[in-house]
Design a protein. Structure first.
Length: 299
């Protein structure tokens, strides 16, 4: 029997995985100097690709690879449009989000004769595992992979050659070019990496629900982007902010179960209200924005 506090903690950890992956994706993308509001769309495409590949091959790990690969491909396309096509980054990101909403629904209808959800998949379900809900959540393979990516990102961005070059591309692109760095190629690589991680968040979301549901990201990509800004584009702080939003999400689900009517609808707004309040506080305090984000393409 799981205590209510343990259940709430387990739900928060489970919900933190998509938020954290999307947040890390935003950090890698935007620290390179490419604005990325397409995290919502990448979550949707990653989840859909994972379920489609899982259903086609019978392999959950094939679905993981498909979700991350799809995210990387979208990130690569977004960065190429911005860096080489000179498309406004906000326009490109909005287009990705809109196509994701309509495109996944169209493919659901075309492939599975339903515009709302796909057939069920097993995902990476743990069978025969002893322990309570929290233990099963902590040993979930996707949670472990996400934790590893968090640790790697926190270490790699300030300490590896690639991480330092990504920061240089975002903070001082002209100086980076003078130092012989191919800023455009580096940005494409960083955005592709970030969107691959975000795609993993979509996989986790779909496997947690054991199917793909239309518009299942439900604003998580936008909340993760808010966490990136609140954390000052730092990976560790971004994941901490994402964990807080996930905890609020878990709390509102718990509170909803004991309420009804208008109170239940009001409780659903809790994570979004907290996001707006945090952004309002940030606007008063101010924060250092990567210099590359102040212009959407190289001069």
């Amino acid at each position: 029997m799981n205590a209510p506090a343990v259940v709430l903690l387990a739900q928060a950890v489970r919900m933190a995985v998509p938020y954290a992956c999307a947040g890390l994706g935003g950090v890698w993308s935007e620290r390179s100097g490419v604005p990325n509001i397409a995290l919502e769309g990448v979550l949707l495409w990653g989840g859909f690709a994972a379920v489609a590949a899982h259903l086609a091959t019978g392999s959950a790990w094939a679905g993981v690879a498909a979700g991350m690969g799809t995210g990387a491909a979208i990130g690569c396309a977004h960065a190429l449009l911005v860096e080489h096509g000179r498309v406004h980054a906000i326009v490109s990101g909005l287009a990705i989000n809109l196509v994701a909403v309509g495109g996944t629904r169209f493919l659901l209808r075309a492939l599975y004769d339903s515009s709302s959800n796909s057939p069920a998949v097993a995902g990476l379900r743990q069978t025969g595992l002893e322990g309570g809900l929290l233990v099963r959540t902590l040993v979930d393979p996707l949670a472990i992979v996400a934790a590893g990516l968090v640790a790697w990102s926190v270490w790699a961005m300030p300490r590896t050659r690639f991480g330092l070059r990504v920061r240089a591309a975002g903070d001082g692109p002209h100086a980076a070019i003078s130092a012989g760095i191919d800023v455009s190629s580096l940005r494409v690589a960083a955005v592709a990496l970030g969107c691959a991680i975000c795609g993993l968040g979509g996989v986790a979301l779909a496997y947690d629900q054991h199917c793909f549901q239309s518009n299942m990201s439900a604003g998580r990509g936008f909340i993760a982007l808010a966490a990136v800004i609140l954390a000052g584009w730092r990976p560790g702080r971004t994941v901490a902010a994402c964990a807080l939003f996930a905890a609020l999400d878990a709390l509102q689900i718990t509170l909803q179960s004991g309420s009804n009517g208008r109170l239940s609808e009001a409780i659903q707004l809790l994570p979004y209200a907290a996001t707006l309040a945090a952004l309002g506080a940030l606007s008063r305090r101010g924060t250092k924005v990567p210099a590359g984000l102040t212009r959407l393409s190289m001069d």
